[in-house]
Design a protein. Sequence first.
Length: 232
Amino acid sequence: MGQGNSHEGLVFSKDPNHPANLICSLCKNFYTLGWVTGTGGGISIRHESHVYLAPSGVQKERITPRDIFVMDFPTKTYLRSPPSLKPSACTPLFMASFTKRNAGACIHTHSQAAVLCTLLTKGSTWSVANVEQIKAIPRPSTGGYYGFFDKLVIPIIENTAHEEDLTESLEKAIDEYPDTCAVLVRRHGVYVWGDTVWKAKTQAESLDYLFQLAVEMVKLGMDPAGPIAGAE
């Protein structure tokens, strides 16, 4: 790995939209949403030929640019590695979205609503339909977005003892569900990616809204993916 005092220019910038600054500010935001409680969850941003990563085992709302790891995307080698810190355990899963979907950012949350949806679903996919918010989710096969009457399907993979061991099953889910921008991990959380960091953020927020709504619908005896009540 590279030394902590090398390539400092990669992370120190006055631009608030610089990837190193964005990771810090977004993690603070995600903390307030309950997505990165403790040291869990995180975000990675791919910018040009570099991948920016938060450290592992650190409270995400407290990280600063000096804590950010930087990887050379083509070679998958670290250009900057802060001393005494380890890169996110999610790194290989973030990389799967970059290599398989050409994503610009990937967000991993430990959202309670996401976890509950995996517990309320017995099969290998979670679905929702006939809810306005699904119109914020992209549908690559059409070149557009899901419509109000479409059914949104998100694959669910089984959790493992170590985060990196999820990589193979996540990559398989990405291959088998080309329209998905997310993968749920049972009893764990969700990975969401987008073409840009802002699209990934929009999609993560929209999906979490749908997860929360679905949990409430199930409480009321409603099927989140079922037909509109009263419709013929």
